[in-house]
Design a protein around this ligand. Structure first.
Ligand SMILES: *[C@@H]1O[C@H](CO)[C@@H](O)[C@H](O)[C@H]1NC(C)=O
Ligand SMILES: *[C@@H]1O[C@H](CO)[C@@H](O)[C@H](O)[C@H]1NC(C)=O
Ligand SMILES: *[C@@H]1O[C@H](CO)[C@@H](O)[C@H](O)[C@H]1NC(C)=O
Ligand SMILES: *[C@@H]1O[C@H](CO)[C@@H](O)[C@H](O)[C@H]1NC(C)=O
Ligand SMILES: *[C@@H]1O[C@H](CO)[C@@H](O)[C@H](O)[C@H]1NC(C)=O
Ligand SMILES: *[C@@H]1O[C@H](CO)[C@@H](O)[C@H](O)[C@H]1NC(C)=O
Length: 445
């Protein structure tokens, strides 16, 4: 054991001893030269080390520069990355915003579409509803038409009843006339209550009822007696006498119609011995010389006149009953709204018709002339169309008169409301026309 512990110490000692002996040996053998040699070698070694170190330092520096470059490059890259990231983030944010906007827009669009769809369905519903209604209306119309037809049937049967009644009346009349020795007045008074006044007015629009002219009442004798007006007939105002067929004879109004007319009634008592009625009145404008005319020509069919509204539209009116030299009352009524006209002679409807100038307007500010037919405004008269005879109590309304109103004028109870022109408004009398003030027809001579 003791020997083993001692061995390292010995070895250590031996080494120290060996080294000391070696150093002692060198120093002692070549004391100066080896030292310089060694120093030189050492110096050389140091120089070489310096060079290597410098190279290494330079390399390191170069490497460092590269690494620096890399660093800056990296920094640059990092910056770039940041920029790109930021840009991406921004664009992402923008995109998100856009997306949000798009979403709300889509929602709005959806809502609108829904609303539109509901509206559309409502419309479709109402359309189908109205379709149903229109078919209901059609049904109504059909029912109405049937009712109208049955009404017409009733009126027709009443017409035959009327004829029978008139036949009876005529027979009694005939007897009475014979018995009373042509006592006209008494007969006329009886006839003031003609069957028509009592019968319900069937069929005729606006209550203007049609009486067939071919009825037994139209026989020569019955006409003379039955259509006479009662006496006295008053509220006439005045009368104009047109002595002959000279074109000098005419009467004018200060001004024509002040407004356009859609409805019109012209009434007047008339008496003439002429073979044709001639022209009662004519209304002309620069645009059309025959806006409203009531005229006959002595060469034409003598028993009729033309009722013109807006030339060339006209209707023929039967005036045969007027051409007997006695006083008769006539009314011409027209409605643009209904496109109808009515012609009354002595309270009775002598003629009527439809589809006559529906929607037409007689224009205002024309020239209104009594007794002559104008071929130009205020002139161009033709003697063959002149009126010869007497016109009394002529008046014009801008509305359609009811049958009751026509009757009340004819028997002298005065003019109903709404006249736009009367004989009193005549502003000038030309030629040899005479004007007479007369309250009752019997005095208008
Ligand atoms: C080191 O880098 C800088 C900038 O990158 C450059 O200016 C310089 O010349 C470089 N030095 C060497 C020794 O390469
Ligand atoms: C993007 O922006 C949001 C805020 O707008 C921020 O919280 C987030 O950190 C950003 N991200 C980047 C990568 O810049
Ligand atoms: C009409 O009568 C007037 C006067 O009464 C007369 O001057 C004129 O010549 C007559 N004209 C015609 C065409 O008969
Ligand atoms: C008829 O004429 C009168 C007076 O000019 C006027 O007040 C009224 O409005 C007219 N009526 C129509 C239906 O033109
Ligand atoms: C008609 O009579 C008036 C006077 O009442 C007169 O001024 C006018 O010139 C006459 N016109 C014609 C065409 O005779
Ligand atoms: C007729 O009556 C009007 C007034 O209503 C009057 O101005 C005129 O002078 C009368 N004419 C005659 C001939 O009596």
């Amino acid at each position: 054991m003791g020997a083993l512990k001692m061995l390292p110490v010995c070895l250590l000692l031996a080494a120290v001893c060996l080294q000391g002996s070696l150093l002692q040996e060198a120093g002692t053998r070549d004391q100066r030269k080896p030292f310089f040699e060694r120093f030189r070698r050492l110096e050389e070694q140091f120089r070489r080390f310096q060079e290597v170190t410098l190279l290494r330092l330079q390399g390191i520096a170069g490497n460092y520069n590269i690494s620096y470059n890399i660093d800056t490059r990296f920094q640059h890259l990092a910056d770039q990355y940041d920029t790109v990231a930021n840009a991406l983030n921004m664009s992402h944010a923008a995109l998100r915003e856009d997306l949000g906007f798009l979403k709300t827009w889509m929602k709005k669009l959806q809502r609108r579409t829904k609303k539109l769809a509901s509206k559309l369905s409502a419309l479709a519903e109402s359309l189908s509803e109205s379709h149903k209604q229109s078919s209901v209306e059609r049904l109504h119309r059909n029912t109405l038409q049937k009712e109208l037809e049955s009404l017409r049937e009733t009126s027709r049967s009443q017409g035959t009843k009327l004829e029978a009644l008139e036949q009876q009346l005529k027979n009694t009349l005939h007897k009475e006339v014979l018995a009373s020795g042509h006592h006209e007045l008494a007969v006329a008074q009886r006839l003031n209550q003609t069957p028509q006044d009592k019968l319900p007015e069937a069929g005729g629009s606006q209550g203007h009822s049609v009486k067939k002219l071919s009825s037994p009442m139209c026989s020569e004798q019955a006409v003379t007696v039955a259509f006479s007006l009662p006496s006295p007939v008053c509220n006439v105002d005045s009368m104009l006498l047109f002595p002959n067929a000279s074109t000098e004879n005419f009467a004018t109004f200060g001004q024509g119609f002040q407004t356009g007319l859609h409805e019109l009634s012209v009434c007047s008592w008339v008496s003439t011995h002429a073979r044709s009625l001639g022209t009662i009145l004519s209304y002309a404008t620069e645009e059309n010389d025959n806006k409203l005319v009531l005229h006959g020509r002595n060469t034409a069919a003598l028993a009729s006149i033309h009722f013109v509204i807006g030339d060339p539209a006209f209707r023929e009116l039967p005036v045969g009953q007027l051409l007997d030299g006695r006083w008769h009352h006539m009314c011409v009524i027209w409605s643009s709204i209904q496109g109808k006209y009515w012609f009354y002679v002595d309270r009775r409807l002598a003629s009527t018709g439809s589809k006559f100038q529906e929607g037409y307007e007689i224009p205002p500010d024309g020239s209104l002339v009594l007794g002559q037919e104008q071929d130009v405004v205020g002139g161009g008269f033709d003697p063959s169309e002149a009126f010869v005879g007497r016109l009394a109590g002529l008046a014009i309304w801008n509305r359609t008169l009811m049958p009751g109103e026509v009757s009340s004028i004819a028997i002298g109870k005065g003019l109903p409301r709404g006249t736009i022109l009367k004989l009193a408004d005549v502003s000038s009398l030309n030629g040899s026309i005479q004007k007479v003030n007369c309250t009752c027809l019997e005095r208008c001579l």
